[in-house]
Every structure is written in C-alpha cells, then in structure tokens.
Design a protein around this ligand. Structure first.
Ligand SMILES: Nc1ncnc2c1ncn2[C@@H]1O[C@H](COP(=O)(O)OP(=O)(O)OP(=O)(O)O)[C@@H](O)[C@H]1O
Ligand SMILES: [Mg+2]
Length: 258
C-alpha cells in the first residue's frame, strides 16, 4: 500500500483486517483478495475503484456478509461477522446493511412504494408512524414521491435506481453497499443517482460504500480506496482529480497524506 489515512477519531461503520479470498482449488486458485486492511468511516461516502478483476466486488461482498472471506476479519457496525451463524448473519444483513445493485433488482409486481417497504415487511417489522415518516422523508429526498404508486416497468432506469436506493435506506442500515449503481444508466441519470447517494450521506447521515469504474462517479465520494490485484493500493481522502488519476494509473505517489 502506498499511502494510508487513518481515521482514528472517526467511528468506523466497517473494518477489514488481513482479508483474503481465494477461489478454486490448489493449482488453479485465483487470489481475489491478498490481505486487505480497510476502515470505512461512518457518515461518509467511500468509492472503491480499480481495474476489472482487481477484487472490488469480492471485497464488497465480503464486507457486506454476502460472501465469506478465506481468512481475515470483517467488523460491521461493531459486530464481527465471523461470530454470527448463518441465521444471525441473514438477520444482521437484513437489519444493518442496505444493497444497491447495477440491475436495480426491484420486484416487478410490487409498486415503487411497496418495493421500498419490502425490507421492513420481510423483517416482520410493523410499518407504524416513524417508518412512514422515514419512507416519506426518503421519497422526498430522492424526488420519487409522485411515482410511489407506479410499477417498476412504468419507471425510467434512473427512477428505478432511486427506488432501489430508497429500499436500501428504509431500514436505517449502518452501511449501504452499492456495486456499480450507475452501470446501466446514461450520464445525466447517473449524475442524478450519484447526487442522491451523496444527499443520503449529507442529509440522512448515511454511510455509503460504492464500487465504481467511473472517475466522474468517484468525484461524488469523500474517500476513494484504490484496489489493484487484490490489495489496497491507496486510500485517498477528498482526493483531487489529479491525485485520483495518478493513484489509478499506478504512478508512484511519494508518501504524505492526501
Ligand atoms: N465465484 C468465483 N469463482 C472463481 N473466481 C472468481 C469468482 N468471483 C470472482 N472471481 C475472480 O476473482 C477476481 C476478482 O473478481 P471481482 O469480481 O472481485 O473483480 P472486480 O474488481 O469486481 O471486477 P469488475 O470491475 O470486472 O467487476 C477475478 O480474477 C475473478 O475472475
Ligand atoms: Mg465487480
């Protein structure tokens, strides 16, 4: 790793220590993660960048408890994921983690509003007044109030992704993970969706971690973690575009904090 920024004064929403992930059997194994240490500070928007195949999605899946690391520790919201059995992990993911995928993943037979409330229904949580207020606040922030009665097929791609973000936010998770959330959107709609993720951090105090290929998308983030070949190459705080480009292109960065 070329440079590190520690956030010792900031509470971390998630941390990883010595994380490795190896796919396949001896002889043909793929080392997707080769010893990752990261701290994801709460209340910030962090982008994970790096070349295709560098391990970004694998890292995100291990941090989110969707996949199990080969070795190392993941802590999310103060809970060590390794301490949870399958049932507890499923419940933890449902209650404490939100997901946004490239392909929206909305249920086609439910309206936008029903899709947003689905995580609460699945958790068997009563949708009372506080939940409705949060639902309304999120819908207002995301600008989808007048679309809540529509089916996903009646919405544009950008509107569908906003509904997916609202669904990820509804249970007030400790952290929202988004893997290429703008990968299927045009540049104008991408900017809107990124703006809403940014707003969820600023106005709702949400912690967001987003995997992205796009330099423009990373510009919305507070922090950028650059992964290369299963390792953290750099962890930049509020990087300028120039610093980001040099970190991504692998130019030697000579120490110092960013
Ligand atoms: N289920 C799997 N079985 C075997 N190898 C895998 C599996 N999933 C990922 N890999 C390998 O692990 C490495 C990291 O993959 P990963 O999907 O994390 O990359 P990525 O950085 O997200 O790439 P992209 O930008 O293309 O989405 C790659 O070499 C990939 O081929
Ligand atoms: Mg990926």
């Amino acid at each position: 790793m070329i440079e590190t920024t520690t956030h010792s004064s900031v509470q971390d929403a998630a941390t990883a220590r010595g994380l490795t992930k190896t796919y396949g059997r001896a002889g043909t194994e793929v080392h997707a993660l080769r010893g990752i240490d990261v701290d994801l500070p709460a209340g910030r928007f962090t982008a994970i960048m790096g070349p295709s195949g560098s391990g970004k999605s694998t890292l995100m899946h291990c941090l989110a408890g969707l996949d199990q690391a080969t070795s190392g520790q993941v802590t999310v919201d103060g809970t060590r994921l390794a301490d949870l059995d399958d049932t507890a992990l499923t419940k933890f993911r449902r209650d404490r983690v939100g997901f946004v995928f490239q392909s929206f993943n909305l249920l086609p037979m439910l309206t936008a509003g029903q899709n947003i409330l689905l995580p609460l229904e699945l958790a068997g949580r009563r949708v009372g007044r506080p939940e409705r207020e949060r639902h309304n606040q999120i819908a207002t922030v995301l600008g989808i109030t007048d679309r809540l009665g529509h089916l996903p097929s009646q919405l544009s791609g950008g509107q569908q992704q906003r509904v997916a973000i609202a669904r990820a936010l509804i249970s007030n998770p400790a952290i929202v993970f988004a893997d290429e959330p703008t990968g299927n959107l045009d540049s104008t709609t991408s900017a809107e969706v990124l703006g809403f993720l940014r707003t969820s951090v600023r106005e709702l105090g949400q912690t967001v971690v987003m995997v992205t290929h796009e330099l423009d998308a990373a510009a919305y983030a507070d922090d950028v973690i650059v992964i290369a070949d299963g390792r953290v190459r750099s962890h930049l705080t509020n990087p300028t575009r120039e610093r980001l480009v040099s970190a991504l292109t692998g130019e030697a960065l000579s120490g110092g904090t960013v």
